[in-house]
Design a protein around this ligand. Structure first.
Ligand SMILES: [Cu+2]
Length: 698
């Protein structure tokens, strides 16, 4: 157990993040192969050119399995073939099930207003009690789909009973915000822009050939009436002349506002401030473009697992050591982990730890209040979908040998299923530290990594010595005419902890300084640990503070160890950056779930997405902060822990033209959960366990 089990899929979520954060929705997605989005490349030339992956310089072809909708036999290439039949109540919808949902909906009025109304098609989870009482071998609870359809200006939440073919639920959203943007909605953007004479004129005036143009679709956030009543998109364009890394060449001071529903340009914001395009030189990050000499090479490192990995995957169920848990891809969260249970080393019984955990939202506000930048305050999960934009993982580059790869099966806006191949990989990682002299027994080391391409801003400055200290450029000069704008990353995790059952309490263990003026010894100060059980939600709204530290425990007050401590798990925090925005600033109203690093809410099926189910252009009326301010009782209840991992990102030159990876993680660690160190009985490894190579001379 000295090799903590890492769920690489969280890294994969971050792979999605890069695409989200930096690429956003790069139009026109030429690599999408679904027929409806196929572009006429003879007509649009460079729109069809392709952003290569980092590791290779090759041009992707149609045979590359990035996102192949026709190739639904994805499991055939798997080392551990999985049958595409739901085996567990929480298994995601299969291809067949999505097709059935499509045919049921096609017969309904949902498709009367258009061919692509579906913004989300996922499993409608059975009730928690049904899942918890289900046992292997029993028939599954009825399979249902949860669908969000945007029809005639309204978001409909539909529940479809797949077997009976009935639509058993249909509610209309009356709160603010819109559903996740679909890829299908991006296609018209290109045509809309190019049809607009003024747009083409401005691009040409700026010295950019239309054939070199690449644009990103950016969510506009919400700042008042201008962002209400219609679905909008802001467009930032770049020149790809002379570089594949076109994000380094923004056409600054030029933003286009588009109405997604009407498919029309509403407004072109042209500052007329002709900031030169940053040069493309040196921005190609692919190896063949690097100048020689290259860095001294390092010998490859290989982690040998001569007997294969120690985990087993059956469908979506993973078993490793004493642990069992369920993993499923999700178009919005990227990956969802459910029913993480551990075998007690003393009793041999399985014990519950986590019912459900996932990345609920990823909030990325930029810190530049100027016209072209103020609105950039993305919610990557709720506006774009971390799973939808997840990249397929490259074996050996993204995941080591002996990894198990899992595909996502999602639905297009017209209901057709498609495969997001290899979007999750599971592997064991050698931690390099010893097991029980330095005990680490996390159920999961939820790790995230930030990498990718910075979103840069064009500037007139070519050197820092031209910049006055009185002018705030909101970032760092990274290259001539290119500024890396300051921003944050806040990753808010949903953790439905069920420590030995559902009735849990949240305990803040405050470490408090005590002073002794005239004590019995020369010592004058020490610290104590004071336990505070949170009674209501407001007791558990936690702002972390280095000089007033605490531990945070989820306990089961009715289950105690033999010597009387309540059993529990604690959360060990990672990146602790907090939002510095004003709470009344519109981006922070929408992202108010980052006002605290920790929240605890009573379990509620409808409260899963920290920024609200509809976070696109949301006004902050359905966030975790709003739910928590109801101040409901949370003691000895089924409760959910929310934790935000935060990073401030002040860009530096090393982030240019592509960022080195930044990692952070939080841990869930047992705290009086076991009677003693649970890995004491792990047999040590010996040299005999490892393969030996011999060379025989002829
Ligand atoms: Cu960043």
């Amino acid at each position: 157990m000295n090799a903590p089990f890492h769920l690489r899929n969280l890294l994969i979520i971050m792979a999605a993040l890069l695409l989200m954060h930096f690429l956003k929705s790069w139009i026109p997605f030429p690599f999408l192969e679904f027929k409806k989005l196929e572009l006429d490349c003879s007509k649009y030339g460079s729109w069809c050119s392709f952003k290569n992956r980092i590791q290779d310089g090759r041009t992707r072809t149609k045979n590359d399995n990035f996102m192949n909708t026709d190739k639904l036999n994805h499991q055939q290439n798997k080392k551990y073939p999985e049958k595409e039949v739901a085996k567990h109540p929480l298994d995601p919808l299969t291809t067949e099930e999505i097709k059935k949902v499509q045919s049921i909906l096609r017969k309904s009025s949902i498709f009367k207003h258009g061919e692509s109304p579906l913004h989300s098609v996922v499993l409608e989870e059975p009730l928690k009690d049904e899942v918890l009482t289900w046992k292997v071998g029993q028939s599954l609870p009825s399979r249902k789909a949860f669908v969000i359809a945007f029809v005639d200006g309204y978001s409909h939440e539909l529940i479809i009973d797949i077997e009976s073919g009935e639509i058993v639920g249909n509610e209309v959203n009356h709160k603010s915000g819109y559903p996740i943007v679909t890829m299908e909605e991006l296609k018209p953007t290109l045509g809309v822009l190019l049809k607009d004479k003024k747009f083409v004129e401005i691009v040409t005036e700026r010295g950019v050939n239309v054939s070199d143009l690449v644009c990103s679709n950016l969510s506009p956030g919400w700042f008042g009436l201008a962002e209400e009543g219609r679905r909008l998109m802001k467009i930032q364009c770049y020149s790809m002349a002379g570089t594949v890394n076109f994000y380094m060449r923004p056409i600054e001071g030029f933003t286009v506002l588009i109405d997604m529903g009407a498919e029309e340009v509403i407004k072109i914001i042209d500052s007329k401030n002709y900031i030169p395009l940053p040069k493309g030189e040196g921005t190609d990050y692919r190896l063949p473009a690097q100048k020689y000499p290259l860095l001294p090479p390092l010998n490859p490192i290989s982690i040998e697992q001569a007997k294969g990995p120690s985990f087993k995957v059956d469908g979506h169920q993973v078993k490793w050591g004493s642990w069992e848990f369920h993993v499923r891809p999700d178009p919005r969260a990227g990956v969802i982990i459910s029913e993480a249970n551990v075998k007690d080393p003393d009793t041999g019984r399985m014990r519950r730890v986590l019912y459900k955990g996932f990345l609920s939202e990823l909030f990325v506000p930029y810190m530049d209040p100027s016209d072209g930048w103020y609105y950039r305050s993305y919610m990557d999960a709720g506006e774009y979908g971390l799973g939808v934009y997840a990249a397929s993982l490259d074996p050996l580059n993204d995941c080591p040998r002996n990894s198990y790869y899992m595909d996502g099966i999602f639905a297009h806006a017209d209901g057709t299923p498609y495969v997001r191949s290899n979007m999750i990989c599971i592997f064991e990682r050698y931690a390099g530290d010893i097991g029980w002299r330095h005990t680490e027994c996390p159920i999961t080391d939820m790790e995230v990594e930030l990498t990718g391409i910075l979103m840069v801003k064009g500037t007139n400055y070519k050197n820092v010595n031209q910049m006055s200290s009185k002018v705030d450029v909101h970032g760092t000069l990274l290259a001539e005419n290119a500024i890396g704008v300051i921003h944050d990353h806040f990753l808010t995790f949903y953790l439905d902890m069920d420590i030995d059952g559902t009735d849990n309490s949240f305990v803040q263990v405050k470490m408090a300084k005590q002073t002794l003026k005239h004590g019995p010894t020369p010592r004058q100060s020490f610290w104590t640990a004071e336990r505070h059980i949170a009674k209501t939600e407001k007791d558990a709204q936690i702002k972390m503070n280095l000089y007033h530290p605490s531990e945070f425990h989820m306990i089961n007050p009715s289950k105690k160890t033999k010597i009387g401590n309540p059993v529990g798990y604690k959360i060990v925090s990672g990146g602790t950056a907090a939002s510095l925005l004003d709470h009344n600033d519109p981006p922070q109203l929408r992202g108010s779930f980052t006002n605290n690093q920790i929240w605890v809410t009573p379990y509620n099926r409808s409260e899963e997405w920290a920024g609200g189910l509809y976070s696109y252009q949301s006004q902050g009326d359905d966030t975790l902060a709003v739910w928590s301010n109801r101040d409901r009782p949370i003691e000895k209840k089924d409760i959910v822990l929310w934790y935000t991992l935060g990073f401030h990102h002040l860009p530096c030159q090393e982030d240019y033209p592509i960022m080195p990876t930044v990692s952070s993680a939080f841990k869930l660690k047992p705290t009086n959960f076991f009677e003693s160190n649970p890995i004491m009985r792990t047999a040590p490894m010996s040299d005999k366990d490892l393969p030996r190579c011999s060379v025989s001379a002829l």
